[in-house]
Design a protein around this ligand. Structure first.
Ligand SMILES: Cc1cc2nc3c(=O)[nH]c(=O)nc-3n(C[C@H](O)[C@H](O)[C@H](O)COP(=O)(O)OP(=O)(O)OC[C@H]3O[C@@H](n4cnc5c(N)ncnc54)[C@H](O)[C@@H]3O)c2cc1C
Length: 241
């Protein structure tokens, strides 16, 4: 089977089962959908599924499994690892919902929601998530890799404050994963990145926070101890204004 025939087959099978857009390399919108923040090492899938809901994610995984194709997931594309060549890319950017429960101090966050939306929704109740330094980073992928954020010194890793994950595993099953219901998967997902399935949403704890002061400190390399700069052939010099 040629690559073009394979691409056509997978696109047709996906289009019959998902409600969001399904884009092949020759369709308008393919480049925009596969492109995230990182422009080097972009995915080159046979098809991109713009998942409209969790059912689309399940269908995309099932079709890929039927056809023996690899799957990758992308939210904002800040952290593309090994780019996909062929296979199915699931784009989660349409799954951008967030729901705050102020009484339980939790938020339900969909797979493609950037931190900025979670921060804004939580702030209405004087609460905050354990987000990182960049508001455009996806809350779910950030948390799956541990998440060392602005409040880490007080509260630790974001992954340690997840209470539930909804996941589609490689067998195409949608699973509700909590410490009680799927303890091994719950443990693995919170730090293991995207290796264990496609997360469609997560519940996280929020923390009371009315004000936050932050900034960055930059020191001139000349002020660093000599032991840190040994072997450095010479820092770049910029004219001082
Ligand atoms: C500018 C910048 C600032 C950052 N700041 C911090 C910080 O302060 N603290 C910190 O800990 N990290 C930080 N990071 C790292 C960042 O949290 C990770 O790279 C994160 O995975 C990026 O998520 P994304 O949605 O933006 O990227 P994406 O490229 O969309 O996703 C990254 C990877 O996550 C996996 N993935 C995505 N969605 C899913 C899903 N639904 N289910 C399963 N797997 C999925 C896939 O393997 C994917 O390749 C920063 C990165 C950048 C570029």
């Amino acid at each position: 089977m040629t690559q073009t025939t394979q691409d056509t087959n997978v696109v047709e099978a996906l289009a019959a089962r998902v409600s969001g857009p399904v884009l092949s390399p020759t369709r308008d919108g393919y480049d925009a959908e596969r492109t995230g923040l990182q422009l080097t090492g972009r995915h080159r899938p046979s098809a991109v599924v713009g998942a409209a809901d969790a059912d689309d994610v399940r269908a995309a995984v099932a079709v890929a499994a039927d056809q023996g194709l690899r799957v990758a997931v992308q939210a904002s594309g800040h952290g593309v690892g090994v780019p996909l060549d062929g296979g199915v890319l699931i784009s989660t950017r349409r799954l951008a919902g967030v729901r705050v429960d102020p009484d339980r101090r939790t938020a339900w966050v969909e797979a493609g929601t950037p931190w900025a939306r979670v921060i804004a929704a939580a702030a209405e109740y004087g609460l905050a998530p354990l987000s990182g330094s960049a508001p455009g980073v996806g809350a779910v992928p950030y948390t799956l890799t541990g998440g060392m954020g602005l409040l880490a010194r007080t509260h630790g890793y974001a992954a340690d404050h997840v209470t539930r994950l909804d996941v589609v595993t490689a067998d195409g099953r949608a699973r509700r994963v909590t410490e009680q219901e799927e303890p091994d998967l719950f443990w693995a997902l919170r730090g293991g990145g995207g290796a264990f399935g496609v997360v469609t949403g997560m519940e996280i704890r929020l923390f009371p926070l009315e004000r936050f002061y932050a900034g960055s400190l930059f020191f001139d390399v000349d002020g660093a101890p000599r032991s840190w700069t040994r072997g450095v052939s010479g820092p770049p010099r910029f004219p001082r204004s």
